[in-house]
Design a protein around this ligand. Structure first.
Ligand SMILES: [Zn+2]
Length: 261
């Protein structure tokens, strides 16, 4: 599942193909990519940047391409070969190679300031970035409301940007919080600890490779995907349910390590 670390990996893969290179061709089914293709082809890539679960390719034409990989999107890189748009949402071609995005509808082009205003302004601070604005986080966390669950708080990109469903489950386990309990029962310090833990895990997984939250790649995750198996800490059977609003997401927890409050 694409989470904040996946975007850093995607940008890392795409930079050798795109950075400081001229776009010689663009393909793909995203409507605004087609509409602005004349602003994309012939322009040079100034930057490939990420913020939370968003990736931007900035062009010297003053336009940018924005990619959100959603639940199942992928960004692939090839150094050569034929351009095959197929079902791809976006294909960017330079002399160095081809970047293809598929499996997501959330690909668009627009003027850079318009995209930044629309995509970035609602988002909380980026967890994986070198700097994290704790004052902004606190203001946003206090606005989240006491009834929101631990699970939904972790996923709320308006509070902090970058946690997806895998990290949601892993952070709640490591913080010994039941994912279904409401944050109104918690001291503010516990909210801050969730952000710190999310930041530590995402930043530890910045390098491409297997996502590890346990510190041991042979048993890489604590609870995610482990329903029916023994808790790695206490041996109790890990449970799974679908939980959350507005859209229920698969949720795992250890009933002993993360008791309901
Ligand atoms: Zn346990």
């Amino acid at each position: 599942m694409p989470e904040g670390d996946s975007y850093v990996h995607a940008a890392y893969a795409a930079r050798p193909i795109l950075l400081d290179e001229e776009i010689v061709a663009v393909e793909g089914s995203a409507p605004s990519i087609r509409r602005y293709s004349s602003r994309i082809v012939g322009s040079t890539v100034g930057e490939v940047r990420t913020y939370g679960k968003h990736l931007f390719v900035d062009l010297d034409s003053g336009y940018s391409v924005h990619v959100h990989l959603a639940m199942n999107g992928t960004l692939r890189v090839r150094s050569s070969g034929p351009v095959r748009p197929g079902p791809a949402r976006l294909v960017l071609v330079t002399e160095q190679g081809i970047v293809t995005v598929s499996g997501t509808k959330d690909v668009e082009a627009d003027r850079t300031p318009a995209l930044d205003a629309r995509v970035l302004e609602p988002l909380g601070p980026d967890l994986i970035a070198d700097e994290f604005d704790w004052t902004d986080f606190e203001r946003r966390a206090r606005k989240a409301g006491p009834d929101i669950s631990v699970a939904d708080f972790l996923l709320d990109q308006r509070v902090m940007a970058g946690v997806g469903n895998v990290y949601k489950n892993e952070v709640a386990f490591l913080e010994r919080l039941n994912p279904m309990q409401s944050i109104g029962t918690l001291e503010f310090e516990r909210l801050r600890a969730m952000a710190e833990r999310s930041r530590t895990l995402l930043r530890a997984n910045r390098r491409p490779g297997k996502r590890v939250t346990t510190g041991d790649w042979r048993r890489s995750l604590w609870v995610y995907g482990r329903e029916g198996r023994p808790c790695r800490r206490c041996g109790t059977t890990i449970r799974q349910t679908w939980f959350g609003a507005p859209e229920p997401r698969v949720t795992y927890w250890c009933p002993r390590c993360q008791p309901a409050d």
